[in-house]
Ligand binder design. Structure first.
Ligand SMILES: CC(=O)NCC[C@H](N)C(=O)O
Length: 135
């Protein structure tokens, strides 16, 4: 069994800040934990817009605080996000994620993240094999 608190992972390598400053991700479970998914709490900072395209991953996201919206780049649809909204990117949909208030999101990734992932210019996270090879 694995037990971790936000307090104990804050400030460690599991506490990943985006290079562009748009978000911070507390990565409670990573590939090395052997669960075959990773599990994070992400805060998306108010006033930011983040381009995302998880072409190598599936992601489910559950909002537990704050407000924002997702704009699908494949259809143009705008999806409001607030406490209680879940979305799952089961089709690798490219999108823009905007926060009007700091948004707290609980996120699950399959395959599991290695832990060092940040978005590239297209909003992509490298595959686990590519990410491991970067080291
Ligand atoms: C919702 C989303 O994908 N935000 C970007 C950060 C990501 N959740 C992560 O934890 O790496």
């Amino acid at each position: 069994m694995i037990v971790r608190t936000l307090k104990e992972i804050t400030g460690t390598e599991r506490d990943k800040k985006a290079a562009n400053g748009n978000w911070v991700s507390r990565r409670f479970l990573l590939a090395k934990d052997g669960m075959d998914f990773s599990f994070h709490e992400t805060t998306i900072f108010a006033g930011t817009e983040t381009r995302i395209w998880y072409k190598n991953h599936l992601e489910a996201v559950y909002c537990v605080g704050g407000k924002g919206e997702l704009e699908r780049l494949d259809t143009g649809e705008i999806i409001p996000i607030s406490d209680g909204t879940m979305y799952a990117l089961n089709g690798h949909e490219p999108h823009l994620l905007r926060a009007s208030e700091d948004m707290r999101l609980v996120c699950v990734f399959n395959p599991a993240l290695v832990g060092t992932e940040d978005h590239n210019k297209d909003g992509v996270y490298a595959t686990p094999e590519e990410e491991t090879g970067k080291g």
